[in-house]
Ligand binder design. Structure first.
Ligand code: ATP
Ligand code: MG
Length: 234
């Protein structure tokens, strides 16, 4: 069952065509990787899906009732708040009642390894801690669709392994997940299906089973120079 369908998405920033006729869909329960070089249009695509930026063309079809969690590429929080207060703030935006919020906040801070830093002001958080907090915030309200923009980019090696493990676990719990990344190995490890974007266009795609015999790296290199397509399950 499709949870999201993007059809012919176009985004112009003045004369710059950031996204150029991109179409893809996401099935319920799948983990889709959006892979592409810097400036390919990945973040812009996500922002169009979320309604954070307007569309210059095309359409996004998504059920209005679906709860979406979003972890941005460069998380920005009110720096004078503590990690716990940030989570409270977002739980209030979602209108979670106090008891539900406290239960979820405790669990999510624990899950992301931030319990010990919950009382610390966010201005004193490291980049990786901010990224963990952004991830924890995205999971508030138990969203069915999680959109993660570069979820591992600020993390150290252990943090990255933990984060990928966490993402896999959420997938097995049945969440639908879209991950933006320019890190091939992260996508290769986790995604059921990968869409390669270059210059705002679909430049290649692959399913996980295809990767047993085809390296994503090879496909990626081919794709950013032209259109590549591996396998059949796309
Ligand atoms: N707010 C903006 N105003 C003008 N141009 C923008 C804006 N946001 C993005 N762009 C341009 O749109 C193109 C796509 O940018 P986008 O941020 O979507 O790429 P990306 O694939 O997410 O890259 P990265 O891997 O570096 O995060 C780039 O050429 C970028 O300069
Ligand atoms: Mg980006």
């Amino acid at each position: 069952m499709k949870i999201l369908e993007c059809s012919g998405l176009v985004k112009m920033y003045g004369k710059v065509k950031a996204v150029d006729g991109l179409s893809f869909s996401v099935e319920k329960g799948e983990l889709l990787g959006l892979l592409g070089p810097n400036g390919a249009g990945k973040t812009t695509t996500i922002k169009m899906i979320l309604g954070l930026t307007s569309l210059s063309g095309g359409k996004v079809i998504i059920d209005r009732d679906i709860k979406i969690g979003y972890s941005p590429e460069t998380p920005y929080f009110h720096l004078f708040l503590t990690g716990y207060e940030v989570m409270r703030f977002y739980s209030q935006l979602q209108k979670l009642d106090r008891r539900t919020a406290d239960r979820q906040i405790g669990r999510l801070l624990e899950l992301t390894g931030l319990s010990g830093a919950a009382g610390k002001k966010v201005k004193n958080y490291s980049k990786g801690m901010l990224q963990r907090l952004a991830f924890a915030q995205a999971l508030l309200g138990e969203p069915e669709l999680l959109i993660l923009d570069e979820p591992t980019s600020g993390l150290d090696a252990v943090g990255r392994i933990e984060m990928l493990g966490l993402i896999e676990r959420l997938k097995y719990e049945g969440k639908t997940i879209i991950i933006n990344s320019h890190i091939l190995s992260d996508i290769e490890k986790t995604a059921d299906r990968t869409i390669i974007i270059a210059n705002g266009r679909l430049a290649g795609m692959t399913g996980k089973n295809d990767l047993a015999c085809n390296s994503l790296e090879e496909l990626f290199v081919k794709a950013v120079g032209g259109v590549a397509h591996v396998g059949t399950d796309t």
